[in-house]
Structures are given as structure tokens and as C-alpha cells.
Design a protein around this ligand. Structure first.
Ligand SMILES: Nc1ncnc2c1ncn2[C@@H]1O[C@H](COP(=O)(O)OP(=O)(O)O)[C@@H](O)[C@H]1O
Ligand SMILES: [Mg+2]
Length: 478
């Protein structure tokens, strides 16, 4: 396979490279794969302006476990765990997954080889080798400083010093030793400004399936899902000419990739050929609702253009009659100061859900922070601790898996949620948690594909085509 021959990496990115290889017949054009290349290009563009913060190495002293200190051992209490902060300018990395032979390694290498020149240090490594090296270093730390030390954070800083872009091939988790440290390791790497790009043959949800103490691994899965863009290379269920965007329907933060995220989903749900995007208005009770962009049965709004205006349930229901897919961009986190917005947005989510429509969002914060700021989350945690609440299994009853995962991830209990300042009445709390679980349902592949004819024959032909194409690649590369 050709190596990148272009000397000015700032003028040359993954898309150029892909085009060139297609033109020179080293690669076959593949629409779905091109979607992934676009995501790699988005990240490439963000990295052009990215300068990783200088790695501040934690001292050995600061990593000594406080729970073993005199006070700690007297009271047997863990101090409140501060959530690790990621640098605000950290570009979101990528997690590409798909079957063997779908081109993951090839695409990651293409990205790695075309990284812009300001990325002066980078590492590409097979994940298994990487973890072996990490365990070796951890062992050495323990021999030198004893076991009473958060050595993972020390080792992470060492690794971060070696490269601000870290590419892992074949990310996986197969043993409990890896499972126990992966989350803090990845989080520490990102907190030092390291951008992660990985390939894997599984979706994060399917990592470490049936592993020992799988529950302790869930926070790592959540970290992967919220801090990386998860892209699917398998296009088996595509049935239309417009390929399904490789990512899920929700994206944060509002970076460059957010724009192409919204555009690609709008194009997918819309009908650009027969009904090019246009502005239109809709009458409700003699009033007009402005729809800035419509195509086919898809409508696209900025959050401010829809929820930011004085709209309500009647307007939303009217919209549901005319459209079956909604792309809402720039959804902000809503704290108690924006309570009205939060209520209106929840009403909108309910309307979309009840009419079985599709929803695509770009948000400034991860979904679980939509209705609660990081400070409020911290306050809720503090409040809950002060109230001496203990997490009981029963407390979580009636809460669905998604909420439970989210709460576990934040170390929250139902009690803490109740202490949150945003939702003062019972009804609002209920609406809040229901909105989140509805959002997560509407983010599932089943929901997105339902009614699009992807499930039956339409999808099958496409799947067979895809498998044929792949087996051809394999023959070619032998
Ligand atoms: N669009 C394409 N056209 C032709 N060959 C391709 C294309 N995409 C991938 N390949 C080839 O298919 C083979 C498998 O790709 P690879 O990146 O190793 O897959 P994975 O890492 O997903 O298992 C490689 O030889 C690769 O060069
Ligand atoms: Mg591979």
C-alpha cells in the first residue's frame, strides 16, 4: 500500500489521500467508508489548531493514597472523588469499530500518516502491546514506591509526554487486570490533552462481555461513549443511495465535527434530490412557525430557532404531523436559570418520542449533563453525601438501565438526584429522568432504522453486496 507522499501535511488530509488512492485504483470507492474518512478529516482539521497542554507530571507524593493516611484509616472514609477534568479545547477522538476486513486499520493508518505538522509527537501502537507495556511500568512503580500509590496516573503522564495523538489498533479488554485500570488510564491520558483514536471489532457496549466484575467496567464504557466519537464501519443495513452516517445520532461538543454530523443526518433523513433544503413556514392556530431548513420529511433547526422561541406543545404536535425526522443543533446545557427552556425542550422530546419520529442532536455538553451543570452534579453528590445517603439497590428500582448506568457513573443515588436544585417538584424530576431515558431509546439503532425498510429485503441486498465487496478486497490483498 502506498505511503503518504505529500510533503506539506497541512494541505493534505485523509480525504485527499482517500481520493488519490481511489483515483490511482489502490482503493475502491466506498460511500460508507467515505463517511468515516470525512470524520477522520474533521478531526484532522480540528487538530490543525490544537496544541496539547504541557504535561504536568504529578509528584509521587501527590499520588499517595489518602485513604491510607492517618485520618483516612481512622474514619474508613473515601474522600469525595473529584471528577477528572478534560481540557476544554481537547478535540474529541474517534472509536472506529466494525467487522474484520472493513478497513479500520487502513483508515487509521491513513489518518496517522497525514496528521498535521503541529502534532509533533504521536504514537501508533497495537493495543495489546500497549497494555503489556503499561503493566510492566506499573509493576516497576510498585517495586520502587510500594503499592500505596495511584501509579496509573503517573504512568499516564509518562505516556502523554511521548505523544499528543495516540492511535490504538484493535482495542479490546479481555482480562480483569486491564478492566480495572482502563478507565482511569484513559481518563488520565485525556486529561493531559492526549487525543485517542482507536479501532476495535466491537461497539463499546460489547467490550469485556461476561468479564469478571463487569459492573466495574461500565464506567469505562461510558467514558468511551461520551468522550470519543463512536463510528461504525459496517454498512450492512444501508439501503438507500445516501449512506447512513457512521456515527450515532447525538453528538457533542459543538466542534467542527458537529456541523458535518448534523448535515449528514439531515441529508440521510431528507430527500435532497426531489426536495432540496429550503426554508418554509407552518401554520398553527393562525400563527406561523418558521422552519429554517426542510427537505422531504426532515426538518433542521438551531435550538434557539425552535425551543428558544415561544413555542409549545401545540406547535410541536403540528410539526410532528408534517415531519418525521428532526435535526436540532446547538442544544445547550440547561441549569435552573434556564428552567423554561428545559421544560420546553422536554415537551419537544416527548412529542418526538410519542410520534415515533427520529431525532438528531448536536449538544454543547454530554447528554446526561443537559439538565444539570457539572457544578450541580458536584453539589448533588456533596449534598447526598452530607445527608449520609448510602446507595441501596432498591433505590434504583424503576429506573431504566441507561439512567442507572449514568447514575453509577456519576456515583449518584436516587436521593442525590432528588437533592438536585434544578428539578424541585416530583413531577419535574420524573420528566427529567424520563426525557433522558427517551433520548437514549431514540438513540438506539433499532429506533433509527425502524420504518425505514432497513430491516427486510432492502437491507439484505445491500448486506450481500457489502460482503461480496469485502471478500474481493481480501482476495486483492493476498
Ligand atoms: N475501499 C477499499 N478498497 C480496496 N481495498 C480496501 C478498501 N478498504 C480496505 N481495503 C483493504 O482490505 C484489507 C482489510 O483492511 P484492514 O484495514 O486491514 O481491515 P480491518 O483492520 O478492519 O480488519 C486491507 O488489505 C485493506 O487495504
Ligand atoms: Mg485491523
Amino acid at each position: 500500500m502506498a505511503t503518504v507522499s505529500h510533503s506539506n501535511p497541512d494541505m493534505w488530509g485523509p480525504l485527499n489521500e482517500y481520493d488519490e488512492r481511489v483515483q490511482t485504483r489502490q482503493l475502491r470507492e466506498d460511500e460508507h467508508q467515505r463517511g468515516i474518512v470525512q470524520s477522520l478529516q474533521d478531526l484532522h482539521d480540528m487538530l490543525k489548531d490544537y496544541h496539547a497542554p504541557k504535561v504536568v507530571h504529578p509528584s509521587i507524593e501527590s499520588l499517595k493514597s489518602p485513604s491510607r493516611s492517618l485520618l483516612g484509616s481512622l474514619f474508613h472514609r473515601q474522600p469525595p472523588k473529584k471528577r477528572t477534568q478534560l481540557p476544554p479545547n481537547l478535540p474529541k477522538g474517534l472509536y472506529m469499530f466494525g467487522d474484520v476486513g472493513s478497513g479500520k486499520t487502513m483508515l487509521m493508518d491513513m489518518f496517522y500518516d497525514t496528521l498535521p505538522h503541529n502534532i509533533t509527537s504521536k504514537t501508533r501502537i497495537h493495543f495489546h502491546n500497549f497494555m503489556q507495556d503499561v503493566h510492566k511500568r506499573l509493576h516497576a512503580m510498585k517495586m520502587e514506591h510500594g503499592t500505596d500509590l495511584d501509579a496509573v496516573r503517573y504512568v499516564a503522564a509518562d505516556i502523554a509526554e511521548k505523544g499528543s495523538v495516540l492511535c490504538f489498533d484493535e482495542f479490546q479488554c479481555t482480562d480483569v487486570a486491564d478492566a480495572m485500570i482502563l478507565r482511569s488510564l484513559l481518563e488520565a491520558l485525556m486529561s493531559h490533552g492526549v487525543v485517542l483514536v482507536t479501532t476495535s471489532n466491537r461497539h463499546p457496549n460489547d467490550l469485556y462481555k461476561n468479564g469478571i466484575q463487569r459492573e466495574s467496567f461500565i464506567p469505562c464504557i461510558n467514558l468511551l461513549k461520551t468522550s470519543l466519537r463512536v463510528l461504525n464501519l459496517d454498512s450492512t443495513t444501508d439501503y438507500r443511495k445516501i449512506p447512513r452516517p457512521p456515527s450515532g445520532v447525538y453528538h457533542h461538543p459543538m466542534d467542527k465535527a458537529a456541523i458535518s454530523h448534523a448535515d449528514r443526518w439531515f441529508r440521510f433523513f431528507g430527500d435532497f434530490e426531489n426536495d432540496p433544503p429550503h426554508a418554509t413556514t407552518q401554520q398553527v392556530w393562525g400563527r406561523n412557525i418558521q422552519i429554517p431548513k426542510a427537505s422531504g420529511s426532515a426538518a433542521m433547526f438551531k435550538f434557539d430557532e425552535l425551543i428558544g422561541r415561544a413555542t409549545g406543545a401545540a406547535d410541536y404536535l403540528e410539526l410532528m404531523r408534517s415531519y418525521h425526522a428532526f435535526v436540532v443543533t446547538g442544544v445547550p446545557g440547561m441549569t435552573h436559570r434556564e428552567r423554561d427552556l428545559a421544560r420546553r425542550f422536554i415537551t419537544f422530546i416527548d412529542a418526538v418520542y410519542e410520534s415515533r419520529a427520529k431525532l438528531v442532536l448536536t449538544t454543547t455538553v454530554p447528554l446526561f449533563q443537559l439538565f444539570m451543570s457539572p457544578d450541580e452534579v458536584d453539589d448533588a453528590l456533596e449534598g447526598g453525601r452530607k445527608a449520609g445517603s448510602v446507595k441501596h439497590a432498591e433505590e434504583h428500582e424503576g429506573v431504566d438501565d441507561v439512567m442507572r448506568q449514568m447514575m453509577d457513573d456519576l456515583g449518584m443515588s436516587m436521593n442525590m438526584l432528588k437533592n438536585s436544585s434544578l428539578f424541585s417538584g416530583d413531577e419535574e424530576r420524573f420528566a427529567f429522568s424520563r426525557a433522558l431515558s427517551r433520548l437514549s431509546l431514540m438513540g438506539s439503532q433499532e429506533w433509527v432504522e425502524q420504518g425505514l425498510g432497513m430491516e427486510d429485503r432492502g437491507g439484505l441486498d445491500e448486506k450481500l453486496d457489502w460482503q461480496r465487496l469485502r471478500s474481493r478486497w481480501r482476495e486483492d490483498s493476498m
